[in-house]
Each structure stands twice: as structure tokens, then as C-alpha cells.
Ligand binder design. Sequence first.
Ligand code: MBD
Ligand code: FE
Length: 248
Amino acid sequence: MSESRVAAITHDLLEAFQRIVEKHNITQAEYRAAVEFIDEAVTKGETFLLPDAFLESTVVANASKQQQGTPGQVLGPYYVPDSPWIEDDRLAREEEPGERLTIRGEVRDTDGRPLADAVLDVWQADAKGRYSSFDPSAPKGNLRGRLRTGRDGSYAFETVVPAQYTIPHQGPTGRLLKEIGRHPWRPAHVHVIATHDGYRPLTTQIYFQGDEYLDSDSVRAARPDLAFALHPADGAKSLAFDIVLEPA
Ligand code: MBD
Ligand code: FE
């Protein structure tokens, strides 16, 4: 961000803060408690969870209004860059517990042209709702990986259906959610970042039709046009997810 943009936004933030202080007569003790709340979030490892849970969806929703192609979604706190390239189109290990799921589709541009060699960076919780690298009980790097589209823009990978997910609710983020009357659940989802030279990078999520938390996502991000049907496919499930990228 440029210096003047930082200044302009900071001025507006401070002005909004002043209005809130005056409206609610916020005391110095309450101010101090709020600072301590942030410190607790940081100390308990919720530095990214706290803002991503309350604020990121607003930024994404606003940006989406000015964008074409597949709608964006929050990145969330559990992305790890530089995941390995997956082999044999397998995101999940053979022994990974859970219902098998094949996700396939095509990456195209906004004119409908297939995009070869687009990169999909995928991560998800496992069937117990655990994200590797953040939940020490999940195998390292589990259910994270990158793949490329073929010459015809198509891709496919095998995984397992992720569990519906509760964001950690013992800590400060969960306490604040509860205080404002929200439950800690997110609908089950698979995160995807799709990139291709010359196109705007897309950070999005795949949801599943019929998920009971689609309408009450604790982080207010899920949208019905990103919820796809889980089709039965000989003892497993399959899902079609086409991605449309906008020229940069
Ligand atoms: C998640 O798994 C997530 O995707 C978001 C956006 C916030 C908290 C946990
Ligand atoms: Fe997530």
C-alpha cells in the first residue's frame, strides 16, 4: 500500500474509532481490556484466526463486487505456501480416513478459453476437522498440495470429504464469537488458490450442497454459488468444480 493510502485509511479508521468510543462511552479500563484481549489472542496462537474470523469476509465480499469469474473467498488462517506437487492426482494418502472424493473440473478464462498449466494450490481439513501444520495430531503436510491443469485446462484430484469445521472455541476468538451470538462452525470446505500467468490469482473455497452451516458460517464467508453437489460415484463421491479466471 502506498504511504498516502495508508494515511487515508488510518484517518478513517481513527475517525470511526472515535465515533464508537463516544457512542458507547468506552472507559479506559475497557480499552485496556480490549488490548489485553488482542494480546491473549496472539499469545494463544490466534493472531491470524481473530482477524480472519471477523474481518476478512467483508474485504472479500467487497472485492467480489468488482470482479468477474469464480467468486473469491477468504484465505483463512491455515494456508501454508509452497506445498509439494501432488503425485498421481492424489491429495489424500491411501490410508487417509474418510469418504473418498474426486474433485474435477476445468480452468477457463472469462471468454471461455481453457487455461493449460494453471496451478491449483489446495488445502483442507481431514475427516476429523484437523488442518495439518496447525493441529499437531495430523500428519505433517497432510491434505495440502499443488497440481496443474492439462493442455485442455482440465484437472482432477482424489481426496476425502472434509469434516464440518469448528474454529477453535476455547480461546479468545471463540469467546468473542459466542458473545455476539455466533456458533463456531464453518461448513465443510476445500480451499483452492488458482493461478495462471496473465490472470488475477483466485483464492476461493469449495462447499457442499446441503451443508447445514452454509447459511450460518461463523466467519460469514460461505456463499450458495460455491456449494456443489456431492455425486455418488461407486462407493465414493465426485464433485465438479469449474474455475473461471479474470485477466489481470
Ligand atoms: C478456517 O478453516 C477457515 O477457512 C477460515 C476462513 C477461518 C477459520 C478457519
Ligand atoms: Fe478452512
